[in-house]
Design a protein around this ligand. Sequence first.
Ligand SMILES: *Cc1c(COP(=O)(O)O)cnc(C)c1O
Length: 370
Amino acid sequence: MVQVPFLDLNAQHESIKDQIMDAVHSVIESKNFIKGPFVTEFESSFAKYLGARHCIAVANGTDALFLALKALGIGPGDEVISVPNTFMATSEMITASGAKVVWANINSDTMQLDTESVTSLITPCTKAIIPVHLYGNIVDMEPLADIARDHGLSIINDAAQAHGALYKNQSLVAFGDITTYSFYPGKNLGAYGDAGAVVTNRDDCAIKVRMLSDHGRTEKYIHEFEGYSSRMDAIQAAILKVKLPYLEKWNEKRRAIAREYDAAFSQMENIHPMTVTPSTLPVYHLYVVQVPAPRRDALRKHLLNAGIQTGIHYPVSLPYQPAYRTKALEDRFSSVQQQANSLLSLPIFPEMTDKQLQSVIEAVKSFPLS
Ligand SMILES: *Cc1c(COP(=O)(O)O)cnc(C)c1O
């Protein structure tokens, strides 16, 4: 039986091991562990890759969101619109900034922010929108940018799952004030620990984020304001710099796998792959299908018995989380939770072999879905 893990960090490491070890070794030899040339080099190469003016390397993707909100001056009394089907970090950092989380609807086919639902949620307190480019699919940015412009709102892209994704042939950085990335090990571009980045074309935001991430400093012992300690360490930066040149190839491999899955499932009933937003180039951080509950759980078990690991992103939507749950939220977002109950993420990673891919397809096809 072919074993299919959900992702295979070991296979990826093996393919670039010598370069990684050299990079780590250089950092240790240099003793430039915090800030310094390794971090600066990664920042400029990531900014260049995205066609952006500035990249600030930070401690993780969660901090990146927080620093973006703070740099835009968002705080108590403000409201920020985002989506209810994202990872906890997005809403958590809105709350941490002092602002109130407001959840919009999601498009049930693309599983992304339904931009049409945003306008009716705008109040005099609304300051920003955080579109989350979930699963490596892309939010329809042009209508959203129009809404933001008409109402004087900022846009922060949560691109933690969308490294290298394009909207109308441009990186997401072109469609918002600030774009944030996570380099959590399992992301499309993953570090060997925690790491994140804030990317922007706005000079004012770049200066603010860099100072906020480093105790509000302009010089070593001069603090313009109180900030935080959130820097990417040099070992992670050196590793990411080694991995960045492979990202395009890895994303292309993810798209090739997704095409095969799409083709295999297109004639099947009761399994609906995520629809890609028109005019975008997705990067398939995850390959998500909807299978009506309760067949979803039975299929998941069937796959596990066939040696295939799967995931659910995410099993409990934010309005149903113990941290937020109220009767009113549960009523308003019942369809979002219903969709969560039907989600299944199939294995997709650049090192996936054709044998592994075919074994997933066969296992899904051999399962009665109705
Ligand atoms: C991973 C992720 C984050 C948080 O990133 P960390 O680096 O783990 O802090 C934020 N938002 C989304 C959508 C994510 O997937």
